[in-house]
Design a protein around this ligand. Structure first.
Ligand code: NDP
Length: 334
């Protein structure tokens, strides 16, 4: 089998020195164990944080050990009665990850079967962490009301594209910020955002936001942080809510830049800003999956993904997130 290990902890953007592909052999599964071949891996921005040796809500990757992430696999051999050859599975429990390997052995207790009537990548996107993050972040923290203006950054990515669509379902005006003309067109034409801004082609983001948000902003769903968020904040209305979902613009910086001091007008405008990780909502995942499934069935939420082919492409696909190579969910087909 092939495995991709963390070779060294990156400073700034990861590169070729960060990863090491090795070949090894796999023992036979023992009673209670299951041999799984990954079909799809999810690559996600938070994985960059796991490359640092830092205390966080999730333990760091270890140097010399395989990178791991969410994925869907197929059972090859099972010595656990709960599973049979051909079942589609995901990892579950405290470590819901598949190692970056072309095959791996799991205790059956660390696996769960998934429904194969749904496209397997839905479990990594729409009905997985990104979909749930969009749903709980917007609905629970953003508390959208009909007629309000919702701005989402990282709008053409896995989470952002769902945030905008839920905002529309809730009767809000949805405005996306994303990089590139193609993404802007995708957001407005295919996903029916009311407006979208190409931050890479807008030297005056402030004016661009003012132009498409004439009534200000009631909810800012922040996926990126940095200068984009600095520009958005000025346009927040009284009692605006800011679900802080991610700060991808800062994941590779070696020195954290200081932005404008926004606290004074957060006080005077009574703005609520709340960070969250999706794990906070684990007890309510069933509710989220049910609601998202209903919207999908009703045709109210559409989906797109970028599928990169080949196990060896995992590092490139992960790095591609930091230069916007994806529209919708980025997945790797093994
Ligand atoms: P995406 O599918 O959105 O991929 C990342 C996107 O970020 C890229 O496509 C790129 O789009 C954009 N991006 C990359 N670098 C920058 C930059 N410097 N400035 C602005 N935009 C940038 O990823 P996800 O949807 O999976 O995640 C989106 C955010 O949500 C991330 O910050 C992630 O960490 C966070 N997240 C948080 C969770 C939580 O529990 N709180 C759970 C899941 C995700 P573009 O072409 O527009 O630049």
């Amino acid at each position: 089998i092939k495995q991709i290990l963390l070779a060294s902890r990156p400073q700034g953007l990861p590169d070729d020195h960060t990863f090491n592909t090795v070949k090894s052999s796999l023992r036979e599964p023992q009673p209670g164990e299951v041999l799984v071949k990954p079909l799809y891996f999810s690559v996600d921005p938070y994985m960059r944080g796991r490359m640092n040796d830092a205390k966080s809500y999730i333990p760091p990757f270890q140097v010399g050990e395989p990178i791991e992430g969410a994925g869907v696999g197929e059972v090859i051999t099972s010595r656990d009665d709960q599973f049979k050859t051909g079942d589609l599975v995901m990892a579950t429990g405290a470590r819901p990850f598949l190692p970056w390997a072309t095959a791996a052995i799991f205790p059956g207790t660390h696996l769960r079967k998934i429904d194969n009537s749904i496209p397997p990548t839905y479990y990594l996107g729409l009905l997985g962490v990104p979909g749930l993050t969009a749903y709980f972040g917007l609905v629970d923290i953003g508390k959208p009301k009909a007629g309000e203006t919702v701005v989402v950054s990282g709008a053409a990515g896995a989470v952002g594209i769902i945030v905008g669509q839920i905002a529309k379902i809730m009767g809000c005006r949805a405005v996306g910020i994303a990089g590139g003309a193609e993404k802007v067109k995708l957001l407005t034409d295919t996903f029916h955002f009311d407006a979208a801004i190409d931050y890479k082609d807008n030297h005056n983001l402030d004016a661009a936001i003012a132009a498409v948000c004439p009534n200000g902003i009631d909810i800012y769903f922040d996926n990126v942080g940095g200068e984009i968020s600095d520009a958005v904040m000025k346009h927040l209305n009284f009692f605006a809510r800011v679900p802080l979902c991610g700060q991808i613009a800062l994941y590779n910086v070696t020195e954290v830049p200081i932005g404008p001091r926004i606290q004074p007008f957060m006080v005077t405008r009574s703005i609520l800003m709340q960070g969250f990780t999706i794990g906070n909502y684990s007890a309510r995942f069933g509710e989220g999956v049910k609601q998202l499934s209903e919207w999908i069935k009703a045709g109210q939420i559409k989906y797109t993904e970028t599928v990169v082919e080949g196990f060896d492409q995992l590092p490139a696909a992960l790095l591609g997130l930091f230069s916007g190579k994806n529209s919708g969910k980025m997945v790797v087909k093994v």
